[in-house]
Design a protein around this ligand. Structure first.
Ligand code: AHN
Ligand code: ZN
Length: 333
């Protein structure tokens, strides 16, 4: 009798254990399932457009001008209002013209203490000279930079707003570089005269010893029918990131924007972050086919105005970026 009771107890315990493990397995499976499909917020393209427009309404954001100062204050306050911990990295830098420029890199941190971090970047300044304008008389004029600068910043501001509405554990640093576009555009212009803000940050990151898993740079991401290709420098330093993002874009139905071809290298902020800070960074940049400069027609002309910005392009970039971020948070990118 005693043996029978023991046997029953053992069987019951066994069953309990069985049940216990099976529950555990299902809940593990559930989390795995959940991880497979992170909920990705919907990117609000109208909101992003508004952020691009407001930047242009300050006027060209050329260093050492009132518009530059006003835009900086607005950007800092926007990021703060979206719950980011903001660092203003002020510095002075001498341009190729010998002018000393007062500059500020703006860093909006989410989960500042998290070890696992990514960078999302764009430049917030606009060019002092429309030196690519077909009309030479316009070369003295500054560039409005709706596309060249403001578009990327607008997309990142909308992403910041979504990060506040839908918090994640991943560390995200939104870095708005200054003085990207004050470079020497002459035929023998030295490429190191460009991207002075990202060069400064790469040598002096906002946190000593700072690093991140990778970074994504946006530049000229607003024009109608934009064509984002896999730029050579990005492919050299961050091939996995580039392939993952382009694959994701295609799966999301944005393969018409994210074209699976490699194009000639282009020195932009990501080059210096890769080379100096040694953080793999890729660029999403519009490279239309068959143009002389390999850029859109309005590039560095007085035509780079808000009417060139297309809601569908902003959404394509913003939605793909949001998907990438929330997948990264779930450990799935
Ligand atoms: C060079 O011309 C070498 N770099 C310029 C990068 C740039 C300007 N991106 C936007 N505007
Ligand atoms: Zn430019």
């Amino acid at each position: 009798m005693k043996n029978v009771i023991t046997l029953i107890v053992v069987l019951l315990l066994f069953a309990a254990c069985q049940e216990d493990t099976s529950t555990k397995t299902t809940s593990e499976q559930a989390t795995k399932e959940a991880k497979k499909m992170p909920e990705v917020p919907v990117f609000d393209r109208d909101s992003a457009f508004e952020y691009v427009k407001i930047q242009t309404e300050f006027g060209p954001r050329v260093p050492n001008t009132a518009a530059h100062q006003q835009a900086k204050n607005w950007l800092v306050n926007q990021l703060k209002s979206f719950g980011a911990e903001v660092i203003e990295q002020n510095f002075k830098v001498t341009a190729y013209t010998k002018e000393v420029l007062n500059a500020t890199n703006i860093i909006g941190q989410y989960n500042a203490k998290a070890k696992n971090r990514i960078i999302l970047a764009a430049h917030w300044d606009s060019r002092h000279t429309a030196d690519h304008d077909p009309d030479e008389a316009n070369h003295k004029a500054p560039v409005m930079g709706a596309d060249d600068g403001a578009s990327g910043v607008g997309v990142l501001l909308e992403i910041a707003r979504q990060l506040q509405l839908h918090p994640i554990d991943l560390g995200v640093d939104i870095i708005l570089f200054d003085v990207e576009d004050y470079g020497d555009g002459g035929d023998d212009g030295d490429y190191t005269t460009w991207c002075l803000g990202s060069q400064h940050w790469s040598r002096n990151p906002h946190v000593p010893g700072y690093t991140a898993k990778y970074g994504i740079l946006l530049d000229m991401v607003g024009a109608k029918g934009a064509r984002f290709t896999k730029e050579e420098i990005s492919m050299r330093f961050a091939p996995k990131l580039m392939n993952d993002v382009w694959k994701l874009a295609e799966a999301m139905g944005y393969g018409n924007y994210f074209v699976n071809t490699t194009t000639r290298q282009y020195v932009d902020d990501h080059f210096f972050v890769n080379q100096i800070a040694k953080i793999p960074m890729g660029v999403i940049i519009n490279r239309p086919p068959d143009t002389e400069t390999l850029f859109v027609k309005h590039w560095h002309t007085i035509e780079d105005t808000i009417d060139k910005i297309d809601l569908r392009t902003l959404r394509a970039v913003g939605q793909v970026l949001l998907a990438a971020i929330y997948r990264e948070d779930a450990g799935l990118l």
